[in-house]
Design a protein around this ligand. Structure first.
Ligand SMILES: Cc1cc2nc3c(=O)[nH]c(=O)nc-3n(C[C@H](O)[C@H](O)[C@H](O)COP(=O)(O)OP(=O)(O)OC[C@H]3O[C@@H](n4cnc5c(N)ncnc54)[C@H](O)[C@@H]3O)c2cc1C
Length: 343
């Protein structure tokens, strides 16, 4: 069992998921490290590690310190990379630095990766204490990346990382990664896996969520209906998904669309979902996930308890900027209420 959700508690302590998703909490028998998102992601929830964070502590003050405090150093060495699509890069890590890696318990398990800025005068592995007090421009930048696959026997960790131009750390690192390069990380942690008792599944997201969606699709019971709605740049960015269920994929292209915020929501609104319990996973760009959530809950297409909804990133914000406001944003969205649809 992984330690108590270290990665999710670590990077800025912003809540991850928009409540009240609880179904994994009920269906997954787990220990402290297997906590599903609903209860622990509200920073104000009693007993939540986030409850201890005082509001005046800036994200910048807590992100790195909390990310790397008190956990053994873990890092991978790049074994190979592969261009999956023009906007998605696969990086496979291995080596002795992954000896302590715990098998992920969730389909959306992620690791918190530490990308070193150009100004860093140290390499991987690094000690917490050695970097914690450095000026911001020299400290690592934490980024959460989904565990696309973990092969225990080969000790190989696969990450699929979105490539989005010349900005940021994760995407640029993935493009430039070469065998032998090292990446330090913490985790894994996560909160969702497809409810085995659901009648059908709905997985929605963009490139950042495709790795988790791919794991979700692989994890459903055989023969069960699965609908995936995935937003990518254009047709060159579509990937093959393996699924033992009855899989139907709708690709949505944002290329040439001035305001892609409602692309996914519009497709979901036009869909017919099978009757019964729908286990839904809606992760990706913040405004887009919010729009999909509105459709699903306002039209009563999915029960809120069965909906895992998480804003992985925010257009116009880098991850530091996003984590600084994410907690308030998640609480605002979670407080949205929807009138029952007219019958
Ligand atoms: C639990 C979790 C799991 C995640 N799993 C994955 C994963 O498996 N693969 C993955 O690629 N991402 C994943 N993400 C999202 C990823 O952490 C963010 O997209 C992160 O901001 C990328 O960091 P960066 O250093 O590349 O860019 P940043 O420095 O954070 O941002 C630089 C600029 O790029 C923009 N930007 C950031 N991400 C994207 C994007 N995906 N597409 C277009 N523009 C973007 C920002 O808005 C900003 O303008 C996950 C996030 C969470 C919370």
């Amino acid at each position: 069992m992984p330690p108590s959700d270290p990665a999710s508690r670590g990077d800025g302590r912003a809540p991850d998921r928009i409540g009240p998703f609880r179904r994994s909490a009920r269906t997954i028998a787990g220990g402290a490290g297997d906590r599903a998102s609903g209860e622990v992601d509200d920073p104000a929830a009693p007993g939540s590690p986030d409850a201890a964070v005082s509001p005046e502590r800036g994200d910048e003050a807590v992100d790195l310190a909390d990310d790397i405090r008190g956990v053994g150093i873990m890092y991978g060495e790049v074994i190979r990379t592969r261009v999956l699509t023009p906007h998605l890069m696969r990086v496979v890590l291995g080596g002795d630095g992954l000896a302590g890696f715990a098998a992920p318990q969730h389909a959306d398990a992620y690791v918190n990766c530490f990308f070193l800025p150009a100004a860093a005068r140290y390499g991987v592995p690094f000690e917490d204490a050695a970097v914690r007090e450095l000026p911001r421009e020299q400290r690592p930048y934490p980024r959460r990346i989904t565990v696309r696959a973990w092969d225990e026997s080969r000790r190989e960790l696969t990450l699929d990382i979105a490539v989005h131009g010349d900005e940021g750390y994760a995407g640029r690192w993935a493009v430039a990664a070469r065998p032998g390069d090292r990446l330090q990380m913490r985790g894994p942690a996560g909160g969702y896996r497809p409810d085995p008792d659901a009648d059908s599944y709905l997985f929605v997201g963009d490139e950042s969520a495709l790795p988790a969606i791919a794991v979700c699709a692989e994890s459903v019971p055989a023969g069960r209906p699965v609908q995936v709605v995935a937003e990518v740049h254009d047709g060159h960015d579509e990937i093959a998904l393996d699924c033992p269920g009855e899989l139907q994929v709708t690709w949505v292209h944002r290329s040439g669309v001035a305001d892609p915020e409602h692309l996914l929501a519009d497709v979901v609104a036009a869909m017919t979902l099978p009757a019964g319990v729908v286990s839904a996973f809606v992760h990706g760009e913040a405004a887009a996930t919010r729009a999909v959530r509105r459709v699903l809950l306002a039209d009563r297409l999915v029960d809120a308890d069965d909906l895992s909804c998480s804003p992985y990133w925010r257009s116009g914000h880098d991850d530091e900027q996003w984590r600084a406001v994410k907690g308030a944003w998640v609480r605002e969205v979670a407080a949205e209420t929807f009138a029952a649809p007219a019958s």
